[in-house]
Design a binder for this molecule. Sequence first.
Ligand code: NCD
Length: 363
Amino acid sequence: MTEDNREYRDMEWEDFHNLPVGKKAAFFNSDGLPYHTLLAQQFDREGLDELGTLATQIRRIAKSKTGMMFLQRLLAHKRAMLYFTQPSSRTFLSFYAACQIIGIQPAEVRDTSTSSEMKGESAEDTVRTFSSYFDILIMRTPQKAFAEKMAWLLSNTDRPVPIINAGSGKDQHPTQALLDIYTLQRSFEKLNGIDNKKIAFVGDLARGRTVRSLSWLLTNYRNVKQYFITDPRLQVPEDVLAELDRRNVEYEVAEDFKQIIPEVDAIYMTRIQEEWDRQPGESQEIDISRYSFTPEDLKQLKLNAVLMHPLPRRSEIDIRVDKDPRAVYWRQVRNGMWIRAALTSKTFGVDNEINRYYKVNLA
Ligand code: NCD
């Protein structure tokens, strides 16, 4: 934390939490880079480019045994705790594998029913206790802003450790958005990058945290138009659109999916998240079949377009679509591991060592 952050450190949590997101992002950064990674708003264009380059370097270095051994020595003195109290296997394993690639030893907490939280300890005390044993915490929780609160609390102690938000409530999932951006960077590498592209979000836009984080990251690019296509009951929250208005980003909110397919360069499909239903069965009333991608739809999709999904998928994308080269969701999964390894390396400041190794051995 820098000196400039002192004024925020003496605030109450609620007051801090209600600050404009830009101010909070500045608090969680250190020297312009994320110390804690909690919000998509902590990343600008330059940061995204650097992270993508670093992920590619790590990916290429990891192809050989000597390269892998170099990577695994980088952070062999560090330990990570993966605190995942919300169901997750893919994001959990993605972080686990990312830690292994750069030599960090991971430990895990998945179920707090065996910990002192059952003895009445607050989740805050539990996480602070656990943080004493580790050098970084990676957290997924169903509670909104819990990772943010822990980062705030730990930053006000004399032993802060960086926290990475691996999904918090319905609000943010910044590392999913980072891997989505990395996938778009790679997909459009020979097509002048992400600038000037049209991107459609489809499905549960009301509760999908990946959409909220990615929508914001896309505002870092020039002339990107965003489309939000779904049933009105699942439409994207107003605050996401207000942010786009504030940043002068062009967008369209619509219901008809099929009509939009030939227009866009990327389609980001999502599943219905009925675990957030306020009344049982609420989501079942909605005809989601209108928001599914079928093999027929491939004919309408531009030749250079990409079809994405954060996974897990249900019926939103027919499995017969998987073989088409424009279906990139399996590549997204793999990219997630590399971008998380890159982010964690950067958090610990070993990115320069990786750059140097890459330039000497592989460039
Ligand atoms: C998403 C999540 O958990 O927010 N999945 C993921 O991290 N890959 C989306 C989902 O659960 O549907």
